[in-house]
Design a protein around this ligand. Structure first.
Ligand code: C2E
Ligand code: MG
Ligand code: MG
Ligand code: MG
Length: 292
């Protein structure tokens, strides 16, 4: 009986596995079409400075509009694209588009904004990664000091000599380095003192219940008190409420990103958003001055 059960389980397993494999093949083919037919878009989510309340930059976030299946989240295709190597052409498009759009944004006369771009591990470890970054800057004429690359802790975990050299070279050129999803990886903290890192982004999972869960609060406070002496700037991700914002600000978080301020939006909406945001800010300042 046990044997039979085992066999059933096996059959069930292979059927399930075959299904998964064919699903992955279909997805890979769909991704290839998306690359060839340019079905990707970049959305931009504002980042807000804690001290001034001003918009200081944007994070570029990829969107895939599949002609039949509609919107597909990056969470559902970036991992596969990493496995298949398709992340390379996708990342190339992301970097170049983000730099070009950033030049457009900075030309509006509404301020200088940092453009943060997510870099996947495979992309970072490729021999020509640095060249692809410098080429995107060159082609767009974006000043390097306005580009920030977001790396995850995983990228730094197996940081070979050449990876460390790459980081230093990026820094020498004036490009900023941020650690994304900080606190969710398994890396040691020693890289924070060894590597040229400008910024850490507190993962959304710690921000979500920072008000109600004392453990999240302890982690967030720990990150914030460590960052100051290390001269790291801190951005909180996924700030959705005024209470989370107030709490993080009280504990000296430098900058904020989340639905409380703005959702990611297409380039076409950014100018209107910025003008309205800045007008509201001026009004508030005038009111404060008037009251004083
Ligand atoms: P991430 O880099 O940590 O990006 C932040 C994610 O949080 C984004 O999800 C953003 O839309 C979402 N988010 C922002 N504010 C809030 C909030 O207040 N509440 C909630 N619930 N979510 C918020 P998104 O755009 O779905 O991207 C997911 C992940 O996919 C990103 O996480 C990043 O790891 C990856 N990704 C996105 N675009 C790219 C890309 O161009 N290249 C690479 N390699 N990865 C990308
Ligand atoms: Mg990111
Ligand atoms: Mg993040
Ligand atoms: Mg995150």
């Amino acid at each position: 009986k046990a044997k039979r059960q085992g066999r059933n389980t096996y059959q069930w397993y292979t059927r399930d596995l075959n299904h998964k494999v064919s699903e992955r093949v279909a997805m890979r083919n769909a991704l290839q079409r998306a690359i060839d037919e340019q079905q990707f878009e970049l959305y931009y989510q504002p980042q807000v400075d804690g001290a001034t309340g001003a918009i200081i930059g944007f994070e570029a976030l990829i969107r895939w509009r599949h002609p039949q299946r509609g919107y597909i989240s990056p969470i559902d295709f970036i991992g596969l694209a990493e496995d298949t190597g398709q992340i390379i052409p996708i990342s190339h498009w992301v970097l170049n588009t983000a730099c070009r759009d950033s030049v457009h944004l900075n030309g509006l006369g509404l301020g200088d904004f940092l453009m943060a771009v997510n870099v996947s591990p495979m992309q970072f470890h490729r021999p020509h990664f640095l060249d692809s970054v410098f080429e995107a800057l060159e082609a767009s004429q974006l000043p390097p000091r306005l580009l920030e690359l977001e790396l995850t802790e995983g990228v730094l975990m197996d940081s070979s000599e050449s990876a460390i050299d790459s980081l230093h070279e990026l820094r020498r050129r004036g490009i900023h380095i941020a650690i994304d999803d900080f606190g969710t990886g398994f890396s040691s903290l020693s890289y924070l003192k060894q590597l040229p890192i400008d910024k850490i982004k507190i993962d959304r999972s710690f921000v979500r219940e920072v008000i109600s869960d004392h453990r999240d609060a302890a982690i967030v406070q720990g990150i914030l008190s460590m960052a100051g002496p290390l001269q790291l700037r801190v951005v909180a991700e996924g700030v959705e409420t005024q209470a989370q914002f107030a709490y993080l600000k009280k504990h000296l978080c430098d900058a904020f990103q989340g639905y409380h301020f703005a959702r990611p939006m297409p380039l076409a909406e950014l100018e209107g958003f910025l003008r309205e945001y800045q007008a509201t800010q001026r009004l508030q300042q005038a009111r404060q001055n008037g009251d004083a």
